[in-house]
Write a protein that binds this ligand. Structure first.
Ligand code: AP5
Length: 188
């Protein structure tokens, strides 16, 4: 059974790698960003509430995300493992996840820190913004997302390292090479 958390700055390849690995392992890929973007696209009450946070590259308030994840992780398909992509994103979310898992006798195997230099990230996301038009992929918002990452999410690297649950992967190589490095990291 595989239970992984993908940490890493915006554009570090969390979604790309999480989707591939989840498909190989036949477990759900749970991306808070995708769940929130779908709610925005469907114009649900949740989507209307969170749209401005996503557009500005701010974190959505914890209460909203914790309710969403509590519900998602209680679904049947999450019993046999998962890959979390973009959650937890701060220490309060990580503590919530611990509590939730503790209640059902589950645990996280590894938190994977994807490492990619800022300038590579800005290039990747500007390119995606040009091709796909994601609302938060303008250069100004990309740089703001990187600041939010450093302030709020990067402390989770020490959080998981202190518990012996951290693996780092060089995300600045081809998608195939990142996948190979990831496979090796979680097997060792
Ligand atoms: P989220 O959707 O999580 O976005 P993000 O963290 O900014 O991450 P990205 O999706 O931009 O990048 P990624 O690391 O997944 O890389 P990807 O594989 O896509 O969050 C969006 C927003 O939702 C947040 O700003 C916040 O508002 C809200 N939110 C989400 N979770 C939240 C939470 N827990 N709490 C509060 N708010 C939350 O790759 C990026 C690009 O690079 C792609 O074009 C890809 O093709 C390319 N690429 C990938 N790997 C490589 C490679 N090895 N070489 C070259 N190109 C590559």
């Amino acid at each position: 059974m595989t239970r992984l958390i993908f940490l890493g700055p915006p554009g570090s390849g969390k979604g790309t790698q999480a989707a591939q690995l989840a498909n190989n392992e036949q477990i759900p890929h749970i991306s808070t960003g995708e769940l929130l973007r779908k709610a925005v696209a469907d114009k649900t009450p949740l989507g209307l509430k969170v749209k401005s946070y996503l557009d500005e590259g701010e974190l959505v308030p914890d209460k909203v995300v914790l309710d969403l994840m509590g519900e998602r992780l209680s679904k049947d398909d999450a019993r046999s493992g998962w890959i979390l992509d973009g959650f937890p994103r701060n220490v309060a979310q990580a503590e919530f996840l611990d509590k939730l898992l503790g209640e059902v006798g589950q645990w996280t195997d590894w938190a994977i820190a994807m490492e990619v230099p800022d300038e590579v990230i800005v290039d990747r996301l500007r390119e995606r913004g040009r091709k796909e038009g994601r609302s938060d992929d303008s250069e100004e918002t990309i740089r703001h997302r990187l600041e939010v990452y450093r302030e709020k999410t990067a402390p989770l690297i020490d959080f998981y390292r202190a518990r012996g649950q951290l693996k780092s992967v060089n995300g600045n190589q081809s998608i195939t090479d990142v996948a190979a490095a990831l496979k090796q990291a979680i097997a060792s």
